[in-house]
Design a protein around this ligand. Structure first.
Ligand SMILES: [Zn+2]
Ligand SMILES: [Zn+2]
Length: 339
């Protein structure tokens, strides 16, 4: 099968790989579509050479590992992207990320590669997989992973009626947070992003207002727009300095949710969150329940992330696209269609 394999040059090359074999409790799926995540760019740098990235995917079951009864060949699935022990309390309760043996699909652990979805086929755990309802499109199903990230972020924000939201960053996770905030009834949302096309996309997806943080003071613009500071600030940028900014922008007694990550130390001015009595939370990953709820909302038509997708590419175009994504760019979500 064809796969995009990490090389020594912080990129991937398309090469032939053995078709993977599903182990006990696993499914072999042919990948229908798989999204490029910001973390894939970091992982291309950090990953051991010879790995296959990709963890935001939907596929069709082509082979069952031993002991799998709840799926059949031909089922369309989405999977929480971890290979696990499949039997501990975390695995059985739908929280594969909590399993002490959890290995991230499209990542690596203890030097061992776990091939992901930038390939024609990949292997997933049945216990972490869900059937995709017929009314959910391929493209929607490919977005279940980032939507689940964002669903948990919005849960953490604990919105109350009348809350105003400042959303920093309109990349795919920011836009997915925007969608969930809208379905939760948040009426006044300002989205801040320096890229014009992303601000436009945010307006299409329901932002009340947008601002370019390189040309306006975001706090001032928020107060002008909605009359007071935001009760909730969510950072989906994940760059050094954003944490401090989010703390400064939140209202007294506000909530700050950090949904973006970087790999360094970060400083903040202590007085700010302390005297404002801020509640701060960090939010990573998801459980199977987040996948389940997301699929239900897609199936019922209450959530449609399709406008987030700006590019659909073939596996062969992945190396060039990863390079283009490293520079400032106008990409929204990019889907890789493996076959
Ligand atoms: Zn991701
Ligand atoms: Zn486990």
């Amino acid at each position: 099968m064809k796969a995009a394999v990490t090389d020594q040059n912080r990129s991937v090359e398309i090469s032939e790989r053995e078709r993977p074999i599903p182990g006990g409790g696993q499914l072999l799926i042919s990948v229908d579509a798989s999204g490029i995540c910001g973390s894939d760019l970091r992982m291309v740098d950090l990953s051991v050479a010879g790995n296959v990235l990709g963890h935001e995917f939907t596929g069709t079951v082509v082979e069952l590992g031993s002991g799998v009864n709840e799926f059949a060949v031909g089922d369309r699935v989405c999977s929480v992207p971890f290979h696990t022990c499949q039997q501990c309390v975390y695995c059985l309760s739908g929280d594969p990320a909590g399993c002490s043996e959890a290995k991230f699909v499209g990542g690596h652990r203890d030097g061992k590669r776990v091939p992901g979805s930038f390939a024609e086929m990949t292997v997933v755990d049945a216990v972490s997989s869900l059937r995709v309802p017929d009314s959910v499109t391929r493209d929607q199903a490919a977005l279940v992973e980032p939507l689940s990230v964002a669903l948990k972020v919005v849960e953490r924000a604990r919105f109350q009626s009348g809350d105003k939201l400042l959303l920093l960053g309109a990349g795919p996770i920011g836009l997915a947070v925007l969608l969930w905030a809208r379905t939760n009834g948040v009426g006044r949302i300002l989205v801040s992003d320096p890229v014009a096309s992303r601000r436009e996309l945010a307006l299409r997806l329901g932002a009340s207002r947008v601002v370019d943080p390189t040309s306006r003071d975001v706090g001032e613009f928020f107060a002008e727009s909605f009359g007071a500071a935001p009760e909730v600030v969510i950072d989906c940028v994940g760059r050094a300095g954003m944490f401090d900014q989010a703390l400064k922008l939140a209202a007294n007694d506000g909530r700050v949710v950090i949904a973006g990550m970087h790999m360094g130390n970060d400083e903040f001015y202590m007085r700010e969150p302390f005297l404002k009595n801020l509640t701060i939370s960090f939010c990573a990953l998801y459980t199977k329940a987040h996948y389940e709820h997301t699929l239900q909302m897609l199936a019922s038509g209450q959530l449609d992330p399709t406008p987030m997708i700006t590019h659909r590419i073939g596996l062969d175009e992945l190396p060039d696209t990863l390079a283009a994504l490293r520079a400032p760019n106008e990409f929204g979500k990019v889907l890789v269609l493996s076959t």
